[in-house]
Design a protein around this ligand. Structure first.
Ligand SMILES: Nc1ncnc2c1ncn2[C@@H]1O[C@H](COP(=O)(O)OP(=O)(O)OP(=O)(O)O)[C@@H](O)[C@H]1O
Ligand SMILES: [Mg+2]
Ligand SMILES: [Zn+2]
Length: 285
């Protein structure tokens, strides 16, 4: 077994550097002082800086927690990493022979699609964004395989069944559409879909938010099992420190579009440094 120390001496699997996402053109008041704005928007021109100079690394085999209050930029970060949204500026690297050394924000559309479907899996905060509610569970999972150029119906069917089994959805329900499923089951179908092409990286956005506590516990347990069995690296977004505590080896804390603190999860929870993290941690006690 590699120790945590060895793990972080390897090079990162995924890296985001100086990532900015702004909505609006900016003005002479905010242009030069984005980092100094008190909030994530310019009080003069109203431009929103959803992400301001985000730097983070995801290491092989780890679960990285991303925690922060509503509006801090967590979903924006996930959606940029999954190419649902374009970053305004910055660099994005994934360690893989096919895209080594390339800034993934600047590669061709086809390469982005390839990365999205071969190297990444995404579970959306809102299952409506991740699933077609009127298609069968099996068709939903196959959709991502087709996007990754699988055309073999028999192998897709078999793989979908395997995955539904992994996420504990009974096979007899495989042809039902997710709109018939409970919230917890919908998130399980999203997880199965995200895993379909065996990606080395999973992005999970508030995967348990809005679920009953007992269902939440099941989904969290499933995520831990998948991480243990498949060794997939994960970025797990939550506004809930209890979820982060249960899942994440390391955690970054976001506030107003910036990372205000990062470190081992235990250390952050025991000895939070940033004022915002202290508020978050003590509100949990
Ligand atoms: N299309 C848009 N135009 C302008 N502002 C936007 C747009 N989309 C998001 N924002 C703003 O970007 C900021 C970050 O939003 P984001 O959804 O990433 O937050 P979050 O941390 O995921 O919040 P939550 O915990 O509520 O899901 C917010 O201030 C939001 O209002
Ligand atoms: Mg969000
Ligand atoms: Zn401005």
């Amino acid at each position: 077994m590699t120790s945590i120390k060895d793990q972080y001496q390897q090079s990162p699997l995924l890296e985001l550097k100086h990532v900015r996402k702004q909505y609006g053109q900016g003005c002479c008041h905010c242009h030069q002082h984005v980092q100094d704005l008190e909030h994530n928007f310019c009080p003069v021109c109203g431009t929103v800086y959803a992400l301001r100079d985000i730097n983070l690394s995801l290491y092989p085999g780890e679960i990285l927690g991303v925690v922060g209050e509503s509006g801090s930029g967590k979903s924006t970060l996930m959606q940029i990493a999954y190419f649902d949204q374009e970053a305004t500026s910055g660099q994005f690297h994934i360690q893989h022979p096919q895209v080594q050394g390339q800034n993934l924000f600047e590669v061709s559309k086809q390469t982005k699609k390839w990365v999205r479907h071969q190297l990444l899996g995404m579970v959306y905060q809102n299952p409506m964004l991740g699933l077609r509610m009127n298609f069968s569970a099996m068709a939903n999972i196959s959709e991502k395989m087709i996007a990754a150029s699988n055309r073999h119906v028999g192998s897709m069917r078999q793989r979908s069944q395997e995955l539904l089994d992994v996420v504990n959805i009974p096979l007899r329900r495989a042809s039902e559409p997710p709109k018939n499923f409970s919230g917890g089951m919908q998130q399980r179908v999203q997880i199965a879909k995200a895993l379909s092409n065996n990606p080395p990286i999973l992005l999970l956005d508030e995967v348990t938010t809005g679920l009953d506590l007992s269902v939440q516990a099941d989904v969290l347990e499933l995520i831990k099992t998948i991480q243990r069995d498949l060794g997939i690296s994960m970025m797990v977004v939550s506004h809930d420190l209890a979820v982060i505590r249960m899942l994440a080896d390391r955690t970054v804390v976001m506030h107003q579009g910036k990372i205000v603190e990062q470190g081992l999860t235990d250390q952050i929870l025991e000895d939070p440094q940033a004022a915002f993290t202290q508020k978050l941690v003590y509100s949990l006690l």
